[in-house]
Design a protein around this ligand. Sequence first.
Ligand code: MG
Ligand code: ZN
Length: 226
Amino acid sequence: MMSDVTLISIKEEILSENRELAGELRGKLNQEGVFLVNLMSSPGSGKTSLIVQTLRRLQDSYRIAVIEGDVDSAVDAERVAREGVPAVQLKTGGSCHLTAAMVEKGLEALALESIDLLFLENIGNLICPVGSDTGAHLNLAILSVPEGDDKPLKYPRIFQTADAFIVNKTDVLDYFDFDVEVFRNRLKRLNPGAPIFEVSCKTGEGIDGWCEWLQDRVEAGAIGQG
Ligand code: MG
Ligand code: ZN
C-alpha cells in the first residue's frame, strides 16, 4: 500500500514540474514570437504528411521549423528538411510521448528569433501525449479514416482536450466503414467548440481550409495570446 501512495505522489510531482516548465517554454516562445503547434496521433495517421502539406502552403508567409519526436531514426526530420525548413529530430529512446524537458532540448537547437511557426510532431499514440503539456499554443489531434470513427469512444481524453481535429485520408472513405457524421457527433459531445477538418494529404483535398484556419490562429497568437 505504501509504495502505491509513494508512486502516485512522484507522478504528481513530475506532472506539475512538467506543467511549470511547459509554461516557461510558452513564455519564452511568446517573447520570441514563435507559435508552437503540437501534433498528436497514432503512428501512420499522417502527422509528417500534414506538416509537409502545410508548410508547402505557408512557407511564403511564415518562417517555419519542425521538431520531430520519435523513438528512433531521423526519417521524418529528413523528409521535412528536404522541403527546405530547419528540422530537429528528438530520439526518445523508448519514451512514448514528448515532455516539456524534451521540447526544451529541441528549442535549444533552433534559432528561435528567425522562426514564426514551429511544428512539434509528437510520438505516435492517442493516450499519453495528452497528459504532458509541451508548451504548445495549439494542440492538434489527427485521426485517419482506416483507424475508424469509434476512436473518440475508446480514447476520450485526447478528443476532449485537443483544440482542433484533422480527419486524414478522406481519399479512402469509400473503402472503410468510417462515418464522418457519426464521428462529428461523437466529437461534438466530447468537445463542442473544436473545429474538424476533413483532409487528404495525398490528394491535397481540404488542406487549404485547414491552412487558412491555422493562419488565423497564428495571427491571433501573435497579438500576445498565452
Ligand atoms: Mg511521422
Ligand atoms: Zn507516453
